[in-house]
Design a protein around this ligand. Structure first.
Ligand code: ZN
Length: 263
């Protein structure tokens, strides 16, 4: 298949206003109404901790949000919980968390640590994009040490392309995603350069409550202090953007080109 560039495939724009060299995001469609967002994460915790506040903010303003998790994150199980049981705990926590935020939760349930980057997984995500028709997709940045996160990034890149390709026949018609953004994740930090700061103050407490459904958030399954890190990060990003709490996002480099007729 002759693939056009990512930037050519996902045209369109999200309204932005300048803040220094970065932007403050007004997450609306071209006619001013809040649009549909789909967060696509390798593991449920990534979805809630790094993308959940964005989903919540969109829903708060009248839009819709969907979280697609490519796995259940079951291999993060602590020693005293069987892996399969922990996966179901993760699924249940995600359903509670997304329900609290007003978002949909869907799973593809590939084996944790073995999420494949191939035609089957890419077409499965393509089909989800065609079904939910998001205006904006948020996913992992490529600069990750984690193979599942890297593969998720690649899967979403090609799934967005496939979803928009009208000559690719699937059960649902083609759908073009207007904007792809990358979430700030402590495991995906290599060359992550944020350019978009979203005010999450209206949903901050609700987002923390949603994250708290996960034992991982409370430090019960490993060493990393997710609660401290992501709550503190929202304050730090808020300091840089003039908000009390904010989430920093990164636009796809291929979508940063603007074509104004005057400056
Ligand atoms: Zn992860």
């Amino acid at each position: 298949m002759n693939r056009r560039s990512f930037a050519q495939t996902v045209g369109g724009a999200v309204a932005m206003s300048a803040l220094g060299r970065s932007t403050v995001w007004s997450e609306s469609t071209s006619d001013g109404t809040p649009g549909r967002i789909m967060a696509i994460a390798a593991h449920p915790g990534d979805g809630l901790f790094t993308m959940g506040a964005v989903l919540a903010q969109q829903i708060e303003r009248g839009g819709t949000g969907t979280l697609l998790s490519l796995s259940l994150g079951e291999k993060g199980a602590p020693k005293d919980i069987p892996v399969q049981h922990y996966g179901e705990m993760q699924r249940a926590a995600t359903q509670k968390a997304t329900h609290l935020l007003g978002a949909d939760a869907i799973f593809l349930a590939y084996p944790d640590a073995e999420i494949p980057f191939n035609e089957e997984s890419t077409l499965a995500v393509c089909d989800a994009i065609r079904q939910y028709k998001p205006d904006v997709v948020i996913t992992h940045w490529s600069g990750s040490w984690h193979k599942d996160h890297q593969n998720c990034h690649l899967i979403v890149r090609d799934a967005v392309f496939y979803a928009a390709l009208e000559t690719l026949t699937r059960s649902r018609p083609a759908h073009s995603v207007s904007k792809v953004l990358y979430a700030e994740n402590w495991e995906d930090a290599s060359n992550f350069i944020p350019d978009t700061y979203l005010d999450i103050e209206a949903v901050y407490e609700k987002w923390l409550q949603a994250c708290d459904f996960y034992p991982m958030w409370r430090g019960q399954t490993g060493f990393f202090r997710y609660n401290d890190y992501y709550s503190a990060l929202s304050i730090a990003r808020g300091c840089l953007s003039g908000f009390k709490h904010a989430v920093a996002l990164m636009s796809d480099p291929g979508q940063r080109i603007t074509r104004p007729r005057s400056l």
